[in-house]
Design a protein. Structure first.
Length: 336
């Protein structure tokens, strides 16, 4: 079987090699991986920014979907032929997060999904919805679950609430689709008018090009008749944090997710207390969250948005496209 590894940091260092198809231990399943998707975190991992001390070589990528190829003797919930995806944090099954549950993140602490066959504990996979292709399902473990968690855990979103998404990457577009299905009004920012048009086709109610100058927070407040938004899907990081605070309604919330930009500008914490904001950190989610997302996708018929699919050999090219930020939604690599 073929597999990608990070032998040293840098996209150009990625190495395509060969390995033996693994055999499952008693509690494991072997998954024949059909498709993987890229997250910004994977780009940071490959370039050494996520964890400069990461032990190499490492198989990258947290997100993949495929078919159960073999099961160990003690496996009960899965059989050969089942369509599955790996869960991002292999040890976070349910409930509140903990440092212990954080251990075992695919493509980080442990080898990831960029291999044609992977072994995972039976608790580390979920069945994927029948209506989704492997490519679509491969977008769910990180970006999909994160968007779902943000709307569930930070939100208090109800029909008529206003949600603001930042940019048109994987997490933000998944959040747009889910928030629309929940009856929310969705405002969005992007560096590109063309991407805003594409987002409108998915239900975005109004868009603002953040490269055009001006304050998108002021714009969001105007769009809500002076009230501000109920929830910001905060993927921008410290570079967008202050604008996000400004964009929030009194009693609003921020799902603090991303680290795309940096700023040394001090945070005026008085805004948080005066508006009585909730700033909820989101770190993907549990297996239970993933299963709930899958039920929501089945009920709503939402299909994840894939910008481009690459062939197995083109993984470095896919990372370069992510680095350039030209994508809309998700980038997928087919391993079959
Ligand atoms: N905490 C978690 O559990 C978790 C999970 C997933 C991702 N994340 C983080 O969330 C962020 C997004 O991840 P992703 O995988 O969705 O990334 P992605 O697909 O690469 O999307 C990045 C997009 O963000 C937009 N962007 C860049 N700078 C921006 C800015 N200053 N203001 C607004 N938008 C900006 C761009 O969209 P336009 O081209 O439209 O401007 C860009 O294409 C990353 O920092 C990632 O590490 C965290």
């Amino acid at each position: 079987m073929k597999l990608w590894t990070i032998p040293a940091f840098g996209i150009d260092q990625l190495a395509l090699g060969e390995g033996a198809i693994p055999a499952p231990a008693a509690n494991q399943v072997v998954v024949e991986v059909h498709a993987v998707s890229l997250n910004y975190r994977d780009l940071m991992t490959v370039t050494g920014k996520y964890n400069p001390k990461l032990k190499l070589p490492r198989i990258p990528l947290s997100d993949g979907a495929g078919v159960v190829h073999a099961v160990g003797d003690a496996v009960r919930g899965f059989k050969v032929g089942d369509r599955v995806a790996g869960i991002f944090m292999q040890n976070w099954q349910d409930g509140a997060p903990s440092n212990e549950k954080y251990r075992g993140a695919l493509g980080g602490d442990i080898d990831g999904m960029a291999a044609q066959y992977v072994t995972l504990h039976q608790d580390g996979v979920v069945l994927i919805p029948d209506g989704l292709s492997f490519a679509e399902a491969a977008t769910l473990p990180c970006a999909g679950v994160t968007a779902w968690s943000a709307l569930q855990k930070a939100g208090g979103i109800a029909p008529g609430s206003t949600v603001l998404i930042q940019g048109t990457g994987g997490v933000s577009i998944a959040a747009l689709q889910l928030a629309k299905a929940m009856g929310a009004r969705v405002l969005g920012t992007s560096s590109s008018d063309e991407k805003l048009e594409r987002a409108r086709a998915l239900g975005l109610d109004a868009g603002f090009n953040y490269k055009s100058g001006g304050s998108w927070a002021d714009w969001a407040v105007e769009q809500t008749d002076g009230r501000g938004v109920d929830l910001v899907i905060e993927v921008g990081g410290s570079g967008t944090f202050l604008e996000s605070l400004k964009a929030c309604a009194v009693g609003g919330a921020m799902a603090q997710i991303g680290v795309l930009t940096e700023s040394a500008e001090p945070v005026d914490v008085r805004v948080i207390l005066r508006k009585q904001l909730r700033v909820q950190g989101i770190y993907v989610g549990s297996r239970t969250d993933f299963e709930a997302l899958n039920r929501a996708l089945i009920a709503t018929g939402i299909k994840p948005v894939i910008d481009k699919e690459f062939a197995l050999e083109e993984l470095p090219e896919a990372f370069r496209q992510m680095e350039a930020g030209s994508h809309f939604g998700k980038l997928v690599v087919r391993l079959r």
